[in-house]
Write a protein that binds this ligand. Structure first.
Ligand SMILES: Cc1ncc(COP(=O)(O)O)c(C=O)c1O
Length: 420
């Protein structure tokens, strides 16, 4: 059998269209090795997933220990790792979030959030934000639908209203009155109609290109949701578990959501798992309505997630994300200064974006794609986001300083090789 990317795609359904990749042999720390033995520095973490790094022996041991007992249990039972994980998540998330619903990943966590919001409020309208991404199943995809998705897959889930991203994310408001005027015209009008079940958003926008709003945005959104008896759902699937320098990105703002969704970094990519965490009262409305997925929170997955959280805490990876994120930003600003096609450089913790722009300042999609493929040739894995034509840097939080420096020098070379 020839193990090549191109031939592998013959029998594997493809959802992406960038048409490149390689066959992975193994991965450890912040290094990925392909089938031909080529090593790559990972500046992606599988899009904010491998926060604790690849190939951790602690996770292997936790999984093996649990495997000796049981990997699975029927949905009407519960196992020790599930009980411990629920307790741990409730301790980590803000009060009064105290009930966890079991999911197998991010999109399912968001589906559950939508169901809880509708069931609890008995209203149906959901507000989501353009260019955000919440997952690939019908409900979640309806939140982040594009024109082409709607055309090919529609009708999508009804009563979802997509609004444009508020200015606060790009040019933070300086005062609450400023924020009310600039950011809440559209959202405010929708909420004041009284028929909105929930608003769903990330606390730091990842897929739109790493944007953090001013402090006023979330306090005003919280107030407006309370006034309109609408729930506030915060999607922490990508931003959770240390990525932005806090355990959860919403901790940058002094508010508590009604529902929080998590996945990805929860297990660090070792097993599929996700969760929807909410209040006792909201959780009660899911009884008799929501289902438990067969593979939701298997004992094996919970054992891995508990071990992953333990590593994040023991190695203080939230602090490390903050500290090393600042270092990466400083280095990028220094080394990419006056390099053609480099636009704005921004980041929160170890989630960073660099806009790729033409000489006239226009966003350049093809340029960003070329930086990604050129970096791959040089042994660096980065990703991109199409909505703002930015390359995205999201390394494992345990990456060494030496790897960061080598990775950045490869990235700089990739930018320098760009021609219009
Ligand atoms: C913010 C956000 N929410 C939800 C999802 C969907 O998660 P999953 O791929 O685990 O279904 C993603 C995936 O990238 C995401 O970035």
């Amino acid at each position: 059998m020839i193990l090549k990317w191109e031939s592998s795609q013959r029998h594997i359904g493809s959802t992406v269209d960038w048409g490149h990749g390689f066959v992975v042999e193994k991965a450890y720390g912040a290094t990925i090795v392909d089938i031909d033995g080529r090593e790559y520095i990972d500046f992606s973490s599988g899009w904010n997933t491998a926060n604790i790094g690849w190939g951790r022996p602690e996770i292997k041991q936790a999984i093996l220990r649990q495997l000796e007992k049981t990997a699975f249990r029927p949905v009407w039972c519960v196992s020790e790792p599930e009980i411990k994980l629920a307790e741990k998540l409730v301790a980590l998330t803000p009060n009064p979030l105290e009930v966890c619903f079991k999911a197998t990943g991010g999109t399912e966590s968001n589906e559950i959030a939508l169901m809880l919001a509708r069931s609890y409020t008995t209203k149906s309208k959901i507000i989501s934000f353009e260019t955000e991404y919440h997952g690939g199943t019908y409900g979640s995809l309806s939140l982040s639908r594009t024109k082409i998705v709607t055309k090919k897959l529609g009708p999508m889930l009804p009563d979802i209203v997509q609004v444009s991203l508020p200015p606060c994310f790009f040019d933070p408001c300086m005062s609450i009155s400023d924020c009310r005027d600039r950011c809440f015209t559209e959202i405010g009008e929708l909420l004041s109609a009284g028929d909105v079940a929930a608003v769903i958003i990330e606390a730091v926008l990842t897929n739109p290109g790493v944007f953090k709003p001013g402090l006023t945005f979330f306090s005003e959104l919280r107030r407006r949701c309370d006034e309109a008896k609408a729930l506030l759902i915060i999607d922490e699937v990508g931003t959770g578990f240390g990525r932005t320098g806090k355990m959860f990105a919403i901790e940058h703002f002094n508010i508590v959501p009604d529902i929080m969704t998590i996945a990805k970094g929860l297990s660090g990519g070792y097993v599929p798992i996700g969760a929807t965490i909410t209040t006792k009262e909201i959780a009660r409305s899911g009884k008799g309505v929501l289902d438990t997925p067969t593979f939701g929170w298997t004992p094996l997955a919970c054992a891995a997630a508990l071990a992953s959280i333990e590593i994040i805490e023991k190695e203080q990876l939230c602090n490390r994300a903050d500290e090393m994120g600042k270092y990466i930003r400083d280095q990028l600003s220094k080394l990419l200064r006056n390099v053609p096609f480099v636009g704005n450089i921004r980041g929160v913790g170890m989630e960073l974006a660099i806009d790729v722009v033409k000489a006239n300042g226009e966003r350049w999609y093809e340029g960003a794609a070329r930086v990604v493929s050129e970096s791959e040739k040089k042994g660096l894995i980065i990703e991109m986001t199409g909505s703002v034509c930015a390359v995205m840097l999201m390394p494992p939080l345990i990456i060494t300083k030496e790897q960061i420096d080598i990775g950045i020098s490869r990235l700089v070379e990739s930018f320098k090789s760009l021609k219009s």
